[in-house]
Design a protein around this ligand. Structure first.
Ligand SMILES: C[S@@+](CC[C@H](N)C(=O)[O-])C[C@H]1O[C@@H](n2cnc3c(N)ncnc32)[C@H](O)[C@@H]1O
Length: 329
């Protein structure tokens, strides 16, 4: 690594925070499909005109806007992904990323104490309802394309009972219902998340087939027994003891020969790669009390202790996340 590359790495937060702040204060939405001068834009949002033009000039340099202070417009990509009326809108996940900013700013303290302060959290979820919607609909933004790919990778054929544990928005449950037309498909999540998922799923193709179970997966009945339990991007929110407990609970709710499919930002067994998973592990250190990324080996050991034989490690095309499949003995 050259020093110039190192310096660029150190200042990586600058374009990131500018983008996050611009979305949060409403710059892209206010520009909409037309254009506005810097002064008009600032006035429409109640922002300072000088600050708005300085920021927008940099957003132009980054390719998120075009024009200059006499008239700014959204780039085609900003209009596609950041305008709420666009069918491709994915601003929720960007707002959710912004919500982690203060936790990351607290990283020095977390490195000293070992435990993030988790301000603004209630259980594992954001305490504020709007932040919760950004979190869950942000997961929808991320899984919109990947859910069908994962449903195609899983051995769903012939399965009669499938649960998406910690199912979030419900894209996976919908994909399973489509791919396994004879199966009963359950979505299990905390009541506050379940409310967002029910609203999201209502009216979607196959949505009527999803049965909702509300509860805390660590303490409430999970239903079942199931032929397949899918646990996607849930384990990293918890510490080792809880993860071992969850894997054990899954084993107890699987039919003999049933499948446990764990989808995670899995680390390789030495835990230093791939980089997106290693950084995601730091994200969990920063935003949860005890969470982190886990390696295939670690989850495989918990499976074996619970009577599940780890069988296959699957890559998912187009994403760094991966799947570990285990079969109940
Ligand atoms: C990062 S999201 C993943 C959502 C979805 N499975 C996906 O892959 O997009 C974590 C999910 O776990 C749920 N969750 C967290 N703690 C839980 C608990 N104690 N019981 C049930 N669900 C929980 C959250 O509500 C959220 O939907």
């Amino acid at each position: 690594m050259t020093f110039e590359e190192m310096r660029k790495l150190a200042s990586g937060y600058q374009p990131s925070k500018l983008f996050l702040a611009a979305l949060r204060v409403g710059i892209f939405e206010a520009l909409g499909e037309g254009g506005k001068s810097g002064a008009e834009l600032a006035a429409s949002l109640g922002l300072d005109a000088r600050a708005t033009s300085i920021a927008c000039n940099a957003l132009v340099s980054m390719g998120l806007l075009s024009g200059d202070e006499n008239g700014y417009e959204n780039s085609p990509e900003s209009a596609k992904y950041l305008l709420k009326k666009s069918k491709d809108y994915r601003g929720s996940v960007i707002n959710h990323i912004n919500a982690g900013w203060e936790d990351w700013a607290d990283l020095e303290a977390t490195l000293k104490t070992g435990v993030a302060r988790c301000q603004r959290k209630e259980k594992e979820l954001p305490a504020d309802d709007e932040a919760l919607r950004d979190f869950i609909l942000g997961m929808e933004n991320i899984t919109r394309d990947v859910a069908q790919k994962i449903a195609a990778l899983l051995p769903l054929e012939g399965k009669k009972s499938i649960v998406d544990l910690g199912g979030g928005p419900g894209n996976y449950a919908l994909a399973f219902a489509k791919r396994a037309p004879l199966a009963e498909v359950f979505h299990f999540d905390l009541p506050r998340t379940s409310k967002v998922a029910r609203e999201f799923i209502a009216g979607k193709e196959g949505g009527g087939r999803i049965k909702f179970i509300e509860g805390d997966l660590l303490s409430d009945p999970l239903g079942g027994p199931y032929d397949l339990i899918f646990v996607s991007q849930v384990l990293h929110m918890f510490g080792e003891g809880e993860v071992e407990k969850i894997v054990g609970l899954c084993a107890g709710h699987l039919c003999p020969g049933g499948i446990l499919a764990v989808h995670e930002h899995f680390l390789d067994d030495h835990k230093t790669s791939p980089m997106p998973s290693a950084l995601f592990s730091v994200h969990m250190l920063a935003v949860t009390k005890a969470g982190r990324g886990y390696s295939f080996e670690e989850i495989g050991i918990y499976m074996e202790k619970a009577g599940i034989v780890p069988r296959e490690r699957l890559a998912v095309e187009g994403t760094p996340s991966r799947i570990l499949l285990g079969v109940k003995a």
